[in-house]
Design a protein around this ligand. Structure first.
Ligand SMILES: *Cc1c(COP(=O)(O)O)cnc(C)c1O
Length: 369
Protein backbone atom coordinates (compact mmCIF):
# COMPACT_ATOMS: atom_id res chain seq x y z
CA UNK A 1 0.00 0.00 0.00
CA UNK A 2 1.31 3.45 -0.91
CA UNK A 3 0.61 5.74 2.06
CA UNK A 4 -0.62 9.30 1.69
CA UNK A 5 2.23 10.54 3.86
CA UNK A 6 5.35 9.37 5.67
CA UNK A 7 7.59 11.82 7.54
CA UNK A 8 11.30 11.92 6.76
CA UNK A 9 13.20 11.77 10.06
CA UNK A 10 16.98 11.60 10.04
CA UNK A 11 20.07 11.34 12.24
CA UNK A 12 20.13 15.05 13.10
CA UNK A 13 16.64 14.89 14.59
CA UNK A 14 17.76 11.97 16.74
CA UNK A 15 20.95 13.75 17.76
CA UNK A 16 19.23 16.98 18.87
CA UNK A 17 16.44 15.20 20.71
CA UNK A 18 19.05 13.06 22.46
CA UNK A 19 20.81 16.24 23.52
CA UNK A 20 17.57 17.46 25.16
CA UNK A 21 17.14 14.17 26.98
CA UNK A 22 20.73 14.02 28.16
CA UNK A 23 20.77 17.59 29.42
CA UNK A 24 17.29 17.48 30.97
CA UNK A 25 15.86 20.34 28.86
CA UNK A 26 12.71 18.47 27.94
CA UNK A 27 9.97 20.98 28.66
CA UNK A 28 9.14 24.42 27.28
CA UNK A 29 12.36 26.14 28.30
CA UNK A 30 15.64 25.39 26.52
CA UNK A 31 17.80 26.64 23.70
CA UNK A 32 16.06 24.92 20.78
CA UNK A 33 12.79 26.82 21.28
CA UNK A 34 14.35 30.24 20.91
CA UNK A 35 16.56 29.08 18.06
CA UNK A 36 13.58 27.57 16.24
CA UNK A 37 11.53 30.76 16.68
CA UNK A 38 14.34 32.98 15.41
CA UNK A 39 15.30 30.78 12.49
CA UNK A 40 11.76 30.09 11.32
CA UNK A 41 10.86 33.78 11.49
CA UNK A 42 14.02 34.66 9.54
CA UNK A 43 13.31 31.98 6.94
CA UNK A 44 9.86 33.50 6.30
CA UNK A 45 11.11 37.08 6.42
CA UNK A 46 9.39 38.00 9.68
CA UNK A 47 10.87 39.54 12.83
CA UNK A 48 9.27 37.59 15.68
CA UNK A 49 8.32 33.94 16.13
CA UNK A 50 6.23 32.42 18.92
CA UNK A 51 6.41 28.61 19.01
CA UNK A 52 3.16 26.96 20.07
CA UNK A 53 1.65 23.51 20.54
CA UNK A 54 0.04 23.13 17.09
CA UNK A 55 -1.37 25.00 14.10
CA UNK A 56 -4.85 25.21 15.58
CA UNK A 57 -3.58 26.97 18.71
CA UNK A 58 -1.41 29.22 16.51
CA UNK A 59 -4.63 30.42 14.83
CA UNK A 60 -6.34 30.87 18.21
CA UNK A 61 -3.46 33.01 19.42
CA UNK A 62 -3.39 35.04 16.20
CA UNK A 63 -7.10 35.81 16.54
CA UNK A 64 -6.57 36.40 20.27
CA UNK A 65 -4.15 39.22 19.36
CA UNK A 66 -7.06 41.13 17.78
CA UNK A 67 -9.19 41.40 20.96
CA UNK A 68 -12.41 40.87 19.03
CA UNK A 69 -15.68 42.29 20.32
CA UNK A 70 -18.65 39.88 20.19
CA UNK A 71 -19.95 39.82 16.62
CA UNK A 72 -16.77 41.13 15.02
CA UNK A 73 -16.18 39.46 11.69
CA UNK A 74 -13.24 37.67 10.10
CA UNK A 75 -13.35 36.87 6.38
CA UNK A 76 -11.96 33.47 5.40
CA UNK A 77 -12.35 30.85 2.69
CA UNK A 78 -15.09 28.28 3.23
CA UNK A 79 -12.68 25.72 1.70
CA UNK A 80 -10.32 25.22 4.63
CA UNK A 81 -9.75 23.24 7.81
CA UNK A 82 -12.14 23.83 10.71
CA UNK A 83 -9.30 25.30 12.84
CA UNK A 84 -9.73 28.64 11.03
CA UNK A 85 -13.41 29.00 11.90
CA UNK A 86 -12.93 27.65 15.44
CA UNK A 87 -10.31 30.27 16.26
CA UNK A 88 -12.76 33.05 15.42
CA UNK A 89 -15.73 31.44 17.17
CA UNK A 90 -13.75 30.74 20.38
CA UNK A 91 -12.87 34.45 20.47
CA UNK A 92 -16.54 35.46 20.21
CA UNK A 93 -16.27 36.52 16.58
CA UNK A 94 -18.09 35.47 13.46
CA UNK A 95 -16.43 33.76 10.48
CA UNK A 96 -17.62 35.18 7.15
CA UNK A 97 -17.09 32.83 4.25
CA UNK A 98 -15.90 33.28 0.67
CA UNK A 99 -15.87 30.73 -2.17
CA UNK A 100 -12.71 29.34 -3.78
CA UNK A 101 -10.92 30.33 -6.94
CA UNK A 102 -11.53 27.43 -9.37
CA UNK A 103 -7.89 27.51 -10.56
CA UNK A 104 -5.91 27.53 -7.33
CA UNK A 105 -8.64 26.41 -4.87
CA UNK A 106 -7.57 29.28 -2.58
CA UNK A 107 -9.89 32.15 -1.54
CA UNK A 108 -11.52 33.88 -4.55
CA UNK A 109 -10.14 37.38 -4.06
CA UNK A 110 -12.71 38.90 -6.44
CA UNK A 111 -15.45 37.99 -3.94
CA UNK A 112 -13.90 39.34 -0.76
CA UNK A 113 -14.89 43.01 -0.95
CA UNK A 114 -18.62 42.13 -1.13
CA UNK A 115 -18.24 40.53 2.31
CA UNK A 116 -16.68 43.51 4.06
CA UNK A 117 -19.00 45.20 6.62
CA UNK A 118 -18.53 47.73 9.41
CA UNK A 119 -17.83 44.76 11.71
CA UNK A 120 -15.02 43.23 9.63
CA UNK A 121 -11.74 43.17 11.53
CA UNK A 122 -9.53 40.78 9.62
CA UNK A 123 -9.03 38.65 6.50
CA UNK A 124 -7.59 35.17 6.79
CA UNK A 125 -6.12 33.93 3.51
CA UNK A 126 -5.25 30.21 3.58
CA UNK A 127 -2.61 28.95 1.13
CA UNK A 128 -4.23 25.72 0.01
CA UNK A 129 -2.25 22.49 -0.59
CA UNK A 130 0.94 24.48 -1.13
CA UNK A 131 -0.34 27.10 -3.60
CA UNK A 132 -0.26 30.72 -2.38
CA UNK A 133 -3.31 32.98 -2.37
CA UNK A 134 -3.27 36.02 -4.62
CA UNK A 135 -2.11 38.38 -1.87
CA UNK A 136 -1.95 41.76 -3.61
CA UNK A 137 -5.73 42.29 -3.87
CA UNK A 138 -6.03 41.14 -0.25
CA UNK A 139 -3.37 43.60 0.86
CA UNK A 140 -5.15 46.39 -1.03
CA UNK A 141 -8.49 45.61 0.62
CA UNK A 142 -6.82 45.40 4.02
CA UNK A 143 -5.36 48.85 3.45
CA UNK A 144 -8.63 50.30 2.21
CA UNK A 145 -10.78 48.99 5.08
CA UNK A 146 -8.11 48.88 7.84
CA UNK A 147 -8.21 45.12 8.25
CA UNK A 148 -5.60 42.84 9.80
CA UNK A 149 -4.27 40.05 7.55
CA UNK A 150 -3.82 36.71 9.29
CA UNK A 151 -2.13 34.25 6.94
CA UNK A 152 -2.70 30.56 7.48
CA UNK A 153 0.48 29.19 5.95
CA UNK A 154 0.26 25.72 7.52
CA UNK A 155 0.34 24.05 4.09
CA UNK A 156 2.81 26.40 2.45
CA UNK A 157 6.25 26.11 4.07
CA UNK A 158 8.67 27.53 1.51
CA UNK A 159 5.96 28.57 -0.97
CA UNK A 160 6.35 32.02 -2.52
CA UNK A 161 4.17 34.85 -3.75
CA UNK A 162 6.03 37.12 -6.20
CA UNK A 163 9.35 35.99 -4.75
CA UNK A 164 8.37 36.45 -1.10
CA UNK A 165 7.77 33.60 1.31
CA UNK A 166 4.28 32.69 2.42
CA UNK A 167 4.00 33.42 6.11
CA UNK A 168 5.77 36.73 5.56
CA UNK A 169 2.99 38.48 3.64
CA UNK A 170 0.50 39.53 6.31
CA UNK A 171 0.38 41.09 9.78
CA UNK A 172 0.37 37.76 11.59
CA UNK A 173 0.98 34.32 10.12
CA UNK A 174 0.34 30.84 11.42
CA UNK A 175 2.12 27.55 10.79
CA UNK A 176 1.60 23.94 11.76
CA UNK A 177 4.38 21.38 12.14
CA UNK A 178 2.10 18.36 12.33
CA UNK A 179 3.64 15.13 10.99
CA UNK A 180 2.27 15.56 7.48
CA UNK A 181 3.44 19.18 7.05
CA UNK A 182 6.54 19.99 5.00
CA UNK A 183 8.66 20.33 8.11
CA UNK A 184 7.41 18.65 11.25
CA UNK A 185 7.96 18.59 14.99
CA UNK A 186 5.44 15.77 15.54
CA UNK A 187 2.87 18.22 16.87
CA UNK A 188 3.70 21.91 16.83
CA UNK A 189 3.03 25.32 15.41
CA UNK A 190 4.25 28.91 15.22
CA UNK A 191 2.89 32.44 15.09
CA UNK A 192 4.98 35.00 13.18
CA UNK A 193 4.71 38.78 13.09
CA UNK A 194 6.68 41.98 12.54
CA UNK A 195 4.61 43.74 15.19
CA UNK A 196 6.16 43.90 18.66
CA UNK A 197 2.78 44.24 20.41
CA UNK A 198 1.37 41.17 18.70
CA UNK A 199 4.55 39.30 19.59
CA UNK A 200 4.20 40.12 23.28
CA UNK A 201 0.50 39.41 23.27
CA UNK A 202 1.04 36.05 21.55
CA UNK A 203 3.68 35.06 24.12
CA UNK A 204 1.32 35.98 26.94
CA UNK A 205 -1.65 34.08 25.43
CA UNK A 206 0.58 31.03 24.96
CA UNK A 207 1.56 30.95 28.60
CA UNK A 208 -1.53 31.45 30.81
CA UNK A 209 -1.35 35.26 30.53
CA UNK A 210 1.25 35.50 33.27
CA UNK A 211 2.24 39.12 33.78
CA UNK A 212 5.83 40.28 33.71
CA UNK A 213 5.31 42.69 36.60
CA UNK A 214 3.63 40.33 39.05
CA UNK A 215 3.86 36.53 38.82
CA UNK A 216 0.64 34.57 39.58
CA UNK A 217 -1.46 37.73 39.33
CA UNK A 218 -3.81 37.51 36.36
CA UNK A 219 -5.88 40.12 34.56
CA UNK A 220 -6.81 37.95 31.56
CA UNK A 221 -7.79 34.38 30.66
CA UNK A 222 -4.94 32.51 28.98
CA UNK A 223 -4.13 28.93 27.97
CA UNK A 224 -1.17 26.62 27.95
CA UNK A 225 -0.25 26.39 24.26
CA UNK A 226 3.50 25.86 24.77
CA UNK A 227 5.81 23.83 22.52
CA UNK A 228 8.48 21.64 24.13
CA UNK A 229 12.23 21.90 23.63
CA UNK A 230 12.14 18.28 22.42
CA UNK A 231 9.78 19.25 19.62
CA UNK A 232 11.75 22.37 18.76
CA UNK A 233 14.89 20.20 18.52
CA UNK A 234 13.21 18.14 15.80
CA UNK A 235 12.13 21.38 14.12
CA UNK A 236 15.70 22.70 14.01
CA UNK A 237 16.94 19.50 12.40
CA UNK A 238 14.13 19.66 9.83
CA UNK A 239 14.76 23.32 9.13
CA UNK A 240 18.43 22.60 8.40
CA UNK A 241 17.33 20.74 5.27
CA UNK A 242 14.17 22.55 4.33
CA UNK A 243 15.46 23.46 0.86
CA UNK A 244 15.88 19.79 0.07
CA UNK A 245 12.41 18.97 1.44
CA UNK A 246 10.71 21.73 -0.55
CA UNK A 247 12.56 20.66 -3.71
CA UNK A 248 11.40 17.08 -3.16
CA UNK A 249 7.77 18.25 -2.88
CA UNK A 250 8.13 20.23 -6.10
CA UNK A 251 9.69 17.24 -7.82
CA UNK A 252 6.72 15.09 -6.71
CA UNK A 253 4.31 17.74 -8.04
CA UNK A 254 6.06 18.05 -11.37
CA UNK A 255 6.39 14.28 -11.75
CA UNK A 256 2.66 13.77 -11.18
CA UNK A 257 1.86 16.61 -13.59
CA UNK A 258 3.95 14.96 -16.28
CA UNK A 259 2.58 11.44 -15.76
CA UNK A 260 -1.09 12.41 -15.37
CA UNK A 261 -1.38 15.12 -17.99
CA UNK A 262 -2.81 12.96 -20.77
CA UNK A 263 -5.34 11.07 -18.66
CA UNK A 264 -8.93 12.21 -19.36
CA UNK A 265 -11.32 13.56 -16.70
CA UNK A 266 -8.59 14.90 -14.42
CA UNK A 267 -8.12 18.49 -13.34
CA UNK A 268 -4.55 18.88 -12.07
CA UNK A 269 -3.08 21.50 -9.73
CA UNK A 270 -1.59 24.57 -11.34
CA UNK A 271 1.12 27.09 -10.58
CA UNK A 272 0.17 30.69 -11.31
CA UNK A 273 2.88 32.84 -12.93
CA UNK A 274 3.26 34.79 -9.66
CA UNK A 275 3.48 31.70 -7.48
CA UNK A 276 5.89 29.07 -6.29
CA UNK A 277 3.70 26.08 -5.48
CA UNK A 278 5.26 23.63 -3.01
CA UNK A 279 2.64 20.91 -3.69
CA UNK A 280 2.24 20.14 0.03
CA UNK A 281 -0.37 17.59 -1.01
CA UNK A 282 -0.91 16.75 -4.65
CA UNK A 283 -4.64 17.34 -5.16
CA UNK A 284 -6.66 16.34 -8.21
CA UNK A 285 -10.29 17.00 -9.13
CA UNK A 286 -12.36 14.54 -11.17
CA UNK A 287 -14.51 16.04 -13.91
CA UNK A 288 -18.16 15.78 -12.82
CA UNK A 289 -19.19 14.48 -16.23
CA UNK A 290 -17.14 11.37 -15.62
CA UNK A 291 -19.96 10.01 -13.44
CA UNK A 292 -17.80 9.17 -10.44
CA UNK A 293 -17.21 11.27 -7.32
CA UNK A 294 -14.04 11.44 -5.23
CA UNK A 295 -15.43 8.93 -2.74
CA UNK A 296 -15.94 6.29 -5.41
CA UNK A 297 -12.60 7.07 -6.98
CA UNK A 298 -10.81 6.80 -3.60
CA UNK A 299 -12.42 3.41 -3.04
CA UNK A 300 -11.17 2.15 -6.41
CA UNK A 301 -7.67 3.49 -5.76
CA UNK A 302 -7.57 1.82 -2.36
CA UNK A 303 -8.45 -1.52 -3.99
CA UNK A 304 -5.34 -0.96 -6.10
CA UNK A 305 -3.18 -0.23 -3.05
CA UNK A 306 -3.17 3.57 -3.31
CA UNK A 307 -4.17 5.54 -0.23
CA UNK A 308 -5.77 8.99 -0.70
CA UNK A 309 -7.55 11.64 1.37
CA UNK A 310 -10.65 13.62 0.45
CA UNK A 311 -10.54 17.39 -0.03
CA UNK A 312 -11.87 19.68 2.71
CA UNK A 313 -15.62 19.95 3.14
CA UNK A 314 -16.62 23.63 3.13
CA UNK A 315 -17.28 25.29 6.48
CA UNK A 316 -20.79 26.13 5.23
CA UNK A 317 -21.57 22.41 4.92
CA UNK A 318 -20.59 21.52 8.51
CA UNK A 319 -23.48 20.21 10.66
CA UNK A 320 -21.92 21.61 13.83
CA UNK A 321 -22.14 25.14 12.45
CA UNK A 322 -25.68 24.64 11.11
CA UNK A 323 -26.73 23.64 14.64
CA UNK A 324 -25.30 26.93 15.87
CA UNK A 325 -27.36 28.75 13.26
CA UNK A 326 -24.32 29.59 11.12
CA UNK A 327 -24.07 29.49 7.28
CA UNK A 328 -27.39 27.63 6.97
CA UNK A 329 -28.59 28.85 3.62
CA UNK A 330 -25.20 29.71 2.19
CA UNK A 331 -23.92 28.09 -1.00
CA UNK A 332 -20.50 28.23 -2.57
CA UNK A 333 -20.57 26.31 -5.86
CA UNK A 334 -16.82 26.05 -6.53
CA UNK A 335 -16.10 24.72 -3.06
CA UNK A 336 -19.05 22.33 -3.19
CA UNK A 337 -17.81 20.93 -6.46
CA UNK A 338 -14.16 20.46 -5.49
CA UNK A 339 -15.18 19.06 -2.09
CA UNK A 340 -17.24 16.43 -3.91
CA UNK A 341 -14.83 15.70 -6.73
CA UNK A 342 -11.39 16.29 -5.21
CA UNK A 343 -8.89 14.14 -3.37
CA UNK A 344 -5.20 14.13 -2.81
CA UNK A 345 -2.73 11.46 -3.81
CA UNK A 346 0.24 10.09 -1.85
CA UNK A 347 2.56 13.08 -1.46
CA UNK A 348 4.97 12.12 1.33
CA UNK A 349 8.64 13.05 1.21
CA UNK A 350 9.64 9.38 0.93
CA UNK A 351 7.70 8.85 -2.33
CA UNK A 352 9.74 7.33 -5.20
CA UNK A 353 9.46 7.69 -8.96
CA UNK A 354 8.44 4.02 -9.24
CA UNK A 355 5.57 4.67 -6.84
CA UNK A 356 4.43 7.71 -8.81
CA UNK A 357 4.53 5.60 -12.00
CA UNK A 358 2.49 2.91 -10.30
CA UNK A 359 -0.10 5.43 -9.06
CA UNK A 360 -0.40 7.05 -12.49
CA UNK A 361 -0.87 3.62 -14.08
CA UNK A 362 -3.66 2.72 -11.64
CA UNK A 363 -5.44 6.03 -12.17
CA UNK A 364 -5.30 5.52 -15.92
CA UNK A 365 -6.74 2.02 -15.64
CA UNK A 366 -9.63 3.24 -13.50
CA UNK A 367 -10.49 6.21 -15.64
CA UNK A 368 -10.10 4.77 -19.12
CA UNK A 369 -11.74 1.38 -18.73
C1 LIG B 1 -2.82 21.41 9.37
C2 LIG B 1 -3.52 22.70 9.26
C3 LIG B 1 -3.90 23.44 10.40
C4 LIG B 1 -3.91 22.88 11.79
O1 LIG B 1 -2.72 22.48 12.26
P1 LIG B 1 -2.65 21.42 13.47
O2 LIG B 1 -1.20 21.48 13.84
O3 LIG B 1 -3.06 20.10 12.94
O4 LIG B 1 -3.53 21.92 14.55
C5 LIG B 1 -4.42 24.71 10.21
N1 LIG B 1 -4.60 25.21 8.98
C6 LIG B 1 -4.30 24.51 7.87
C7 LIG B 1 -4.53 25.14 6.54
C8 LIG B 1 -3.76 23.22 7.98
O5 LIG B 1 -3.50 22.52 6.87
Amino acid sequence: MIQVNEPLIGEKELQYVTECLKTGWISSAGKFIKEFEEKWAAYCGMKYGVAVSNGTTALQIAIGCLDLEPGDEVIMPTFTIISCALAVIYSGGKPVLVDSDPRTWTIDVSRVEDKVTSRTRAIMPVHIYGHPCDMKPIQELAGKYKLVIIEDAAEAHGAEYKGRKCGGLGDISCFSFYANKIITTGEGGMVLTNNEEYDERAKSLRNLCFRNDRRFYHTELGSNFRLTNLQAAIGIAQLERIDELVEKKRWIGHSYNEKLKDIPWLILPIEESWAKNVYWMYGIVLDENMGMDAKGFARRLLEHGVDTRPFFLGMHEQPVFHEMGLFRDEHYPVTEQIARQGLYLPSGLTLTEDQIDEIAKRIKEILTK
